[in-house]
Design a protein. Structure first.
Length: 366
């Protein structure tokens, strides 16, 4: 029978590795297994990968993707194995990696394929050299954070379809990234104009997963979050992220309720604490809360704003899971005066800020 060209093309795009590896489990002649694995490996090598290094394979009749490099390494490990017993063990593991999905409670990462997530950070020191400016992300809002921050955190602390809350929304970076990753997002912003332009940006981001986004113009320190989300038929949120003003480093508005207008560090921490209290009831127990913040200098002294805010959270029912230190490039103002700042640092006996913090907390009680 002649196979229609269409089927040939479709089949050629998908490798059928699983069946072949499963069949090898019945084989007891080691050189024969190696020969077959060698053949599979050659086929994988010539198979074209997507821009992110994935190849399409067929698993039990449906299509899925595997990371080409990781698969080649796994095949190579089988080729290098000396005993039949060990070879069978690796074959079995490969079958499991390809055909079974194992996820945890708080994200969609397939733990059977954990080696494929080389782009997801697990270290506490983050070096991010270039801002992700793809899609509608842009660096226009002074004081925004780089999209890689929510990108990393959402993948580790949320599943598709869950709700993310950002009570200091600014230009909407969190909601743009949430939409991109198929998470629903609620953002609160004090300034109406800022919220409006965030809303436009979020709307423009391509909607691949039918994710929902809600933006509220309000003061997060007094907002009844429970009532607000109930109005929108949201039961609770599964991840909370806060990127408050770093006290008065950037003045975001003239509004007295704006944390950047706090009269003193004590006032700033009190206002921040109120936002932590107001948002507490809507986050599910066992889920995570991230605070992104940097320190500041005042009258020649380093003010550890980061640790003060961390302490403020720890007064509540949260436990500290990680302190991440992230590099941070000079602000526009300082970039132009780099040499001058270096001179000032040498004379004044201080260091120029190049890092900020991401504190990660877990809600431990209801
Ligand atoms: C550091 S920025 C957040 C930037 C955001 N992560 C982004 O990527 O665009 C802090 C934001 O919090 C807002 N803000 C300050 N006080 C607030 C309050 N009490 N309630 C809600 N928003 C507030 C400011 O207007 C500002 O847009």
């Amino acid at each position: 029978m002649r196979i229609p060209l269409f089927y040939k093309v479709v089949d050629a795009n998908y490798l059928d590795i699983l069946n072949k590896v499963q069949n090898l489990l019945k084989e007891d002649h080691l050189p024969q297994i190696k020969k077959s694995i060698n053949k599979i490996s050659e086929n994988v090598q010539i198979h074209p990968a997507t821009s992110i290094g994935q190849i399409h394979i067929r698993v039990n009749g449906s299509a899925t993707q595997l990371n080409k490099d990781v698969l080649l390494k796994d095949l190579n490990q089988i080729l290098e194995t000396k005993t039949l017993e060990r070879t069978k063990y690796y074959l079995q593991r490969l079958v499991k990696n390809i055909s079974e999905i194992k996820t945890g409670k708080i994200n969609d990462l397939n733990l059977n394929r954990w080696k494929e997530y080389g782009d997801i950070f697990t270290d506490s020191l983050w070096y991010l050299d270039k801002r992700d400016s793809s899609g509608v992300h842009n660096a226009g809002y002074w004081g925004n954070f780089i999209p890689q921050i929510p990108h990393q955190l959402l993948q580790r602390y949320t599943k598709k379809g869950e709700w993310v809350l950002d009570p200091f929304l600014g230009s909407g970076t969190t909601l743009i990234e949430s939409k991109r990753l198929g998470r629903n997002g609620v953002g609160v912003e004090l300034q109406k104009k800022v919220a409006q332009s965030a809303s436009k940006a979020v709307e423009q981001e391509e909607d691949l997963f039918s994710a929902k986004s809600e933006i509220i113009v309000a003061d997060s320190s007094t907002l009844d979050f429970k009532a607000e989300i109930k109005k929108r038929e949201i039961k609770s949120v599964q991840f909370l992220i806060m990127h408050p003003p770093y006290w008065d480093i950037i003045k975001f508005s003239e509004d007295k309720r704006d944390l950047s207008n706090a009269a003193s560090i004590e006032d700033f921490l009190q206002m921040f604490g109120k936002v932590v209290d107001a948002t507490y009831p809507v986050l599910d127990k066992g889920r995570y809360f991230a605070v992104v913040i940097g320190d500041k200098y005042s009258a020649g002294n380093w003010i550890p704003l980061g640790f003060y805010t961390m302490q403020e959270v720890l007064k509540r029912k949260y436990s500290l899971k990680s302190i991440i230190v992230k590099n941070f490039e000079e602000t526009k103002g300082k970039r132009n005066q780099k040499e001058l700042w270096r001179y000032r640092a040498l004379v004044g006996g201080f260091y120029i800020f190049k890092h900020e913090y991401i504190f990660l907390f877990k809600k431990t009680t209801k």
